[in-house]
Design a protein around this ligand. Structure first.
Ligand code: ZN
Length: 426
């Protein structure tokens, strides 16, 4: 069966449900058709005209991007409206555009987790928890002979999958509790019972099958259950639980295994932004895209060097624009990380006692507040702080059973809008 835009959306929403997104956000399928079949997907941070062109050149039928394509309200789709350029082009080429933004930021697939893990942080947790998954217990009763059929239908609907989001999440499936007992019922005139006869009290050896599932998956589970169950009126319980489900939130905190100087952490951070897997970018040779390990900054300097004809000054497109505020000799143990616009979380990181706060987009005043509170801040740039997320997503999507046969490629045209001045022309 062909994989569709819809099946990719469904797989993404398993880890970043759309309802997690902020009210002001614009996530999900923004351009295209859920029913279109897909063989190649381009992953990018931004839906820039360059990324749009790359998708059509590389034969991708879908773009999965972090930032929404249409953020402010788009009033028309006219050719002379610059805001409409990309959506119009995508429509023309039959390319769908899907955005996973603040919903993805609040999941454990965000860059914050990946950067924290890469720095070697231990005891990682969300910096700002925004909610917990609501959990429900489902218990269903059926004749022993039908257990396997019902169980398999429930498994297919996702019941029994790991619900904690903890470190072992994803490693366990088909979790149920099964017990046996006796069920009874008296079919009344008009019934067509599959066991027993009308008017007789019928006793049946029955099995009770229980599992816990997130509330948002209940509808699908019940649909599968009703279809597989042999009874006209299956008996089942849906019990709301007070147990907390998987947490979600912005950013992370964690501890370095031992105290380290800010200078040393800084050196490791800049090195990992340069050398880690997300530095593997696909670049273009004679219209073919070739994947090769190349440091991000090397690519910047060689591919994106711009010389201003008037001033003669040379500048580079900067993926990071990495800046640090703090005393290099300062001892660091607790670190907080927020990808993207993290400036608004400075107070939260201070309150949690972080020695170093790493984020994209920290403004002047937020940096001063941090320093005054005794916390160092690293502003690594919005783009580079979010680019690692694409590698997380690509890894997840490539390993999804339902999406086998689809190629997930990481954009080469995706880049930070900033240019950093580096030197005067000789
Ligand atoms: Zn962002």
């Amino acid at each position: 069966m062909a994989v569709t835009v819809g099946s990719i959306a469904q797989t993404l929403e398993k880890v970043a449900p759309k309802y997690w997104a902020e009210e002001w956000d614009n996530v999900g399928l923004l351009v295209g058709n859920m029913a279109d079949s897909v063989e190649r997907v381009l992953l990018a941070v931004d839906g820039t005209p360059e990324v749009g062109a790359e998708a059509s050149e590389r034969g991708a039928e879908m773009i999965v991007a972090h930032h929404p394509l249409m953020f402010r309200s788009l009033k028309n789709l006219r050719a002379d409206n610059p805001q409409a350029e990309v959506p119009l082009k995508l429509l023309k080429h039959g390319i769908s555009y899907y955005s996973a933004h603040t919903n993805l930021d609040q999941s454990s697939f965000s860059s914050s987790w990946l950067l924290g893990q890469s720095l070697g942080l231990k005891e990682m947790d969300y910096l700002a928890v925004t909610g917990y998954e609501t959990l429900v217990k489902l218990a269903v009763f059926m004749p022993a002979v039908d257990v396997e059929k019902v169980r398999q239908a429930l498994v297919k609907a996702g019941v029994g999958e790991s619900i904690t989001g903890g470190p072992h999440s994803g490693f366990y499936a088909e979790s149920f509790f099964q017990s046996t007992g006796e069920g009874m019922f008296r079919p009344l005139p008009g019934a067509e019972p599959s066991i027993g006869s009308v008017g007789d009290l019928t006793r049946v050896e029955e099995v009770k099958l229980e599992s816990i599932l997130p509330e948002r998956t209940v509808e699908r589970a019940i649909k599968a259950l009703l279809k597989a169950h042999p009874y006209e009126e299956p008996a089942y319980d849906l019990i709301p639980l007070q147990n907390r489900g998987q947490a979600r939130g912005y950013g992370i905190t964690g501890y370095l295994p031992q105290a380290e100087s800010l200078g040393s952490v800084w050196q490791r951070l800049t090195a990992l932004l340069r050398d880690e897997p997300w530095a593997e970018i696909q670049y273009r040779v004679n219209n073919d895209y070739v994947s090769e390990q190349r440091p991000v900054y090397e690519r910047n300097i060689t591919d994106d060097m711009v010389t201003d004809a008037n001033s003669g000054k040379t500048a580079i497109h900067c993926l990071g624009g990495i800046r640090l505020a703090g005393d290099l000799a300062k001892s660091v143990r607790k670190v907080a990380v927020v990808n993207g616009s993290g400036g608004s979380f400075v107070q939260k990181a201070l309150f949690q006692g972080a020695d170093l706060f790493i984020a994209g987009d920290i403004d002047h005043h937020a940096a001063l507040d941090a320093l005054q509170g005794g916390m160092a801040v690293a502003d690594i740039g919005h783009f580079i702080s979010e680019r690692p997320m694409l590698y997380n997503l690509a890894h997840y999507l490539r390993s999804a059973k339902a999406l086998q046969g689809v190629e997930f490629i990481i954009s080469a045209a995706d880049k930070s809008p900033w240019i950093v001045q580096t030197s005067e022309k000789q």
